[in-house]
Design a protein around this ligand. Structure first.
Ligand SMILES: Nc1ncnc2c1ncn2[C@@H]1O[C@H](COP(=O)(O)OP(=O)(O)OP(=O)(O)O)[C@@H](O)[C@H]1O
Ligand SMILES: [Mg+2]
Length: 474
């Protein structure tokens, strides 16, 4: 005879559930009347029931003994450890057997009973292939669903659960129509048709659950018995979302390269006639001036300004698409900033923006092209000023990067920042969110800095944006 054997629900009911799931044999938790409150996966495995068919029902569906829970507990405590209590149990199909039990009672006024069916281990009869399936089912990268002939889910991997938005424990032994109740048949990944012999081989499919879109490679086939009859089906899927987005990136850069080539060709074709138009307009300007035709002279002036705009745009196209010869020279960054700061300041003044130039000591020398470097810093400062619109601070500072081999020029603005869905596109040619923008500014900057062996990094977390231009220094 055992002395009083009770348990406490230390912690939450949830931790109790987790504890039950970890047990290798079948367990039931009931209330005083014998109503089942929870069970574990091992119990579903050995009985063939779904969780819904067990929870809320009387323990008699599994252990058809006649007494109350209190009596079952007493019976167990009256036994010696050496001769454990044995009871009859039955599975869903009505097959019966015997198992040793251990019964614990909760130390509470309205106690719960924890019934351990010690011989009903979930994998006591597992063959090696079955163990392989179990192992694969916990593989976080592989989606597995195995159906029996009646379209009940008899195995489903963790990854498949995550992707399909279900809980393994809730859908085991469940019919697929019930398990995926909310999803219309035609949109299901796991369809009844699978049992009709439909075979998929590495079929690329997209699947969207509530939170995310996945790109999958799906394989499926039917399972047969010795007589060749269909006894079930399986679906295997692999998440290739990353691979697909990599492919899309390559496709995109191919497309961009093509645009670049077309732009380069077109740019030349535009530039030549522009040169002659510009020449003739300059002649007009002179004659209109001499003959006092003021209105015509003004129009011609406007035309010339516009032509210059087209010309500088075309130069940017060419710079982007063609390998321009960089004029390598030793550049003093202090001079570069001395020369661009008046331009930045006047632009900032127009927008009511403060510019703070905070060089911590002398800037080092770098190897590069003065004019191109000016273009880079100006472009980035201009973007910052445009982002802030009417007020804010543009600060320019520098530091030596962690590896110590590059100088980082840091340009920070207090604008609205760059949304995450935009940030990886800002260096693409022609990407702009501005009505008047060409979207070439940053792509030109990136090309120039890469040609000089440097890098441009951007960080923007909700508010404000920082650009870091890293350059090797001497
Ligand atoms: N400091 C910044 N703050 C917020 N968004 C920025 C900032 N810098 C760049 N961007 C975003 O990046 C996009 C691309 O910038 P980029 O300089 O390449 O072109 P643009 O400024 O739109 O056009 P352009 O330079 O021809 O005037 C901008 O349209 C803007 O959406
Ligand atoms: Mg710009």
């Amino acid at each position: 005879m055992k002395t009083k054997f009770s348990f406490n629900l230390f912690g939450s009911f949830r931790s109790m559930e987790q504890f039950m799931q970890q047990l290798p044999y079948a367990v039931l938790l009931t209330d005083q009347s014998g109503r089942i409150i929870e069970c574990n996966e091992a119990l579903l495995r050995v009985t063939g029931y779904t969780r819904q068919e067990i929870v809320g029902h009387h323990i008699h569906v599994i252990i058809p003994c006649q007494g109350t829970m209190e009596q079952l507990y007493r019976e167990w405590t009256n036994k010696e450890w050496e001769s454990p209590l044995e009871v009859e149990w039955q599975d869903k199909s009505g097959m019966t057997g015997r198992t040793n039990v251990m019964v614990l009672v909760q130390d509470a006024e309205d106690p719960l009973y924890l019934v351990h069916l010690l011989n009903l281990a979930k994998d006591s009869n597992d063959s090696l292939p079955q163990r392989l399936v179990t192992q694969l089912a916990s593989d976080i990268y592989l989606g597995i669903v195995v159906l029996d002939r009646a379209a009940k889910i008899i195995e489903i991997s963790q990854m498949a659960c995550r992707l399909l938005g279900v809980e393994r424990f809730n859908v085991l032994n469940q019919h697929i129509d019930k398990a995926f109740e909310g999803i219309p048949e035609e949109h299901r990944l796991i369809k009844r048709e699978l049992l009709k012999g439909i075979k998929l081989q590495n079929k690329a499919m997209s699947w969207t659950n509530n939170s995310q879109r996945y790109e999958l490679l799906v394989n499926s086939n039917t399972l047969h018995d010795e007589a060749g009859r269909i006894v079930g089906a399986y679906v295997l899927f692999k998440d290739v979302t990353n691979l697909r987005s990599f492919e899309q990136k390559i496709e995109r850069s191919d497309r961009l390269a093509m645009i670049g080539q077309i732009a380069a060709g077109t740019a030349h074709e535009i530039r030549n006639p522009l040169t002659s138009i510009k020449g003739f307009l300059q002649l007009f300007l002179q004659s209109f001036g001499e003959s006092g035709m003021e209105r015509e002279r003004t129009y011609t002036e406007i035309m010339l300004t516009e032509i210059n705009r087209i010309n500088s745009l075309v130069s940017e196209f060419l710079l982007l698409s063609k390998q321009r010869d960089v004029q390598y020279q030793i550049v003093d960054l202090n001079t570069v900033f001395e020369e661009i700061l008046p331009i930045v300041n006047s632009e900032a003044l127009l927008h009511g923006i403060d510019v703070q130039y905070l060089p911590a000591g002398q800037l080092p020398m770098v190897v590069g092209d003065t004019e191109l470097l000016k273009q880079v810093f100006l472009n980035i400062c201009k973007n910052g000023i445009e982002a802030m619109e009417k007020e804010g601070v543009l600060s320019i500072s520098h530091h030596i990067d962690v590896e110590g081999d590059k100088i980082s020029i840091d340009i920070h603005d207090t604008g609205p920042g760059i949304p995450v869905y935009v940030i990886d596109k800002i260096f693409d040619p022609f990407f702009t969110t501005k009505e008047e923008g060409t979207g070439l500014g940053l792509s030109v900057c990136q090309k120039i800095i890469h040609d000089l062996g440097g890098q441009i990094r951007v960080s923007s977390k909700g508010y404000g944006t920082s650009f870091h231009i890293l350059l090797p220094y001497i």
